[in-house]
Design a protein around this ligand. Structure first.
Ligand code: ATP
Ligand code: MG
Length: 261
């Protein structure tokens, strides 16, 4: 069965897309079948996967509005080794246009369910807002992955997100859980970052991934070449950190399935 993960944080520029693209490439590198869903009108995950968002006839927007089936829209990120459901600015209109659609919160869920079995992992890159698009991601997801920078206000922002997840759990998606919190752009020499990191572990315990993603310029450069860091500079600290995260991800899933079997 596919495990569907929404990568979300309503704060902008915290590393959601970088995590989505590089975790997708890392999991694919470890022989997992991966679909990356770009659910952000900015289309950054699409561009970062080497697919030009400007030339696309059909995108996730058409899938959400029932104008195309996902199999007709999915493309291959050849360097990344994973499949992509792309997005571009069209998606900005979806919020308004979906108002008239029945069961609009579960449009993505229904589409992904139709793909069941084709992928080991479906990763959803969310926009920086708690919008209808993000609600669609949360309705579809088994779990959320929250990338965060260890800054002073980071924990405060987390409260809103955790409350939203709680509401989703009480309403449209009772099975949703927090997959994990991922510390990104981490600088171990920064004392504040260390303190926030300790607070995070104190509060969320084992939900905090052991893997830490360092600040690394290769991670910032790779998208302009349409590549994941693993394809751009395999030995870079950033690429290796995301590969380690992919390993931790798979190990956690195996551990969980052993516990429940
Ligand atoms: P948005 O909310 O706009 O969708 P986001 O949460 O998806 O943003 P990213 O686009 O992944 O965030 O990252 C924001 C910026 O930080 C980008 O320029 C990205 O290249 C850079 N960046 C992300 N992670 C790292 C890292 N570990 N080291 C260095 N730069 C990074
Ligand atoms: Mg993004």
């Amino acid at each position: 069965m596919s495990r569907i993960i929404a990568i979300t944080n309503q704060k902008g520029g915290v590393g959601k897309t970088t995590t989505a693209v590089n975790l997708a490439a890392g999991l694919a590198h470890l022989a997992q079948r991966v679909l990356l869903v770009d659910l952000d009108p900015q289309g950054n995950a699409t561009m970062g996967s080497g697919i030009d968002k400007r030339g696309l006839g059909r995108t996730v927007y058409h899938v959400l509005l029932g104008q195309a089936g996902s199999s007709d829209v999915i493309q291959r990120s050849s360097h990344g080794g994973y499949d992509l459901l792309p997005a571009n600015r069209d998606l900005a209109g979806a919020e308004v246009e979906m108002v008239g659609i029945a069961q609009r919160e579960t449009r993505l869920k229904d589409e992904l369910r139709a793909l069941n079995g084709r992928y080991d992992y479906v990763l959803i890159d969310c926009p920086p807002a708690l919008s209808m698009l993000t609600v669609n991601a949360l309705a579809a997801a088994d779990a959320v992955l929250i990338p965060m920078q260890c800054e002073y206000f980071a924990l405060e922002g987390l409260t809103d997100l955790v409350n939203t997840i709680r509401k989703v759990k009480a309403g449209i998606n009772p099975r949703i859980e927090i997959e994990g919190l991922l510390r990104v752009m981490f600088d171990p020499r920064n004392t504040l970052a260390q303190q926030v990191s300790d607070q995070l572990k104190g509060h969320f315990g084992a939900k905090v991934f052991d893997t830490v993603i360092p600040r690394n310029v290769r991670l910032a450069e790779a998208p302009s070449h349409g590549l994941a860091a693993l394809a751009y500079d395999r030995s870079s600290k950033g690429a290796q950190a995301y590969l380690k995260l992919a390993e931790e991800f798979i190990a956690r899933r195996q551990h969980r399935s052993k516990e429940t079997s």
